[in-house]
Design a protein around this ligand. Structure first.
Ligand SMILES: [Zn+2]
Length: 177
């Protein structure tokens, strides 16, 4: 419950315009989904990916996660009886060699070109939302919002902001390289 209140506060901070339309129910569904998938993704150190949608009964559903590689994942085509509203993927386990607490510039590029929003869970348990229309990524909820890797360490990579445009992600790529 505390987590939901925190989320509502976070959401209200982002409600500058009407572009941020996720309901509390949607966010709750996303967190519960990642809570199930994160332990598998972290244990395997593989990305998992798929789509979130609404089924014929108006219920939130997710496609079965595809197992990707350490730093990429390709989802199957979603079934036709599902109204897709976002892609999703995880970022696997914590690694000192990967700046994986934010979406990558490639993540943002992919969702923008597919014209679909996206959700991403990180090894630190952060959940990001990619707004493909706005062309930006925003932190939906922070450290330990969903299951995180016990080995996760803060402070190895530059500060994690709560909003990135594509340009800002390119800048982060250059800082990190
Ligand atoms: Zn990613």
């Amino acid at each position: 419950m505390i987590r939901l209140i925190f989320l509502a506060l976070t959401l209200s901070l982002y409600m500058g315009g009407n572009s941020f339309a996720q309901s509390e129910e949607e966010i709750e569904f996303v967190i519960e989904f990642f809570d199930e998938l994160q332990p598998i993704s972290i244990a395997d150190n593989r990305e998992y990916c798929g789509y979130f949608g609404i089924d014929e009964n108006g219920q939130f559903v997710a496609t079965k996660p595809n197992k990707g590689r350490e730093d990429s994942c390709l989802a199957d085509e979603p079934p036709p009886n599902m109204e897709i509203f976002a892609s999703y993927h995880t970022h696997g386990a914590f690694s000192v060699d990967a700046d994986s607490e934010t979406p990558s510039s490639g993540d943002l590029e992919a969702d923008i070109s597919e014209e679909i929003d996206g959700y991403i869970a990180t090894p630190g348990g952060r959940i990001w939302f990619i707004d493909s229309l706005e062309g930006a990524a925003m932190l939906i909820c922070g450290r330990n919002c969903t299951v995180s890797d016990d080995r996760y360490e803060d402070g190895i990579y530059p500060e994690i902001k709560d909003y990135y445009s594509l340009e800002e992600l390119y800048e982060r790529d250059e800082m990190v390289e």
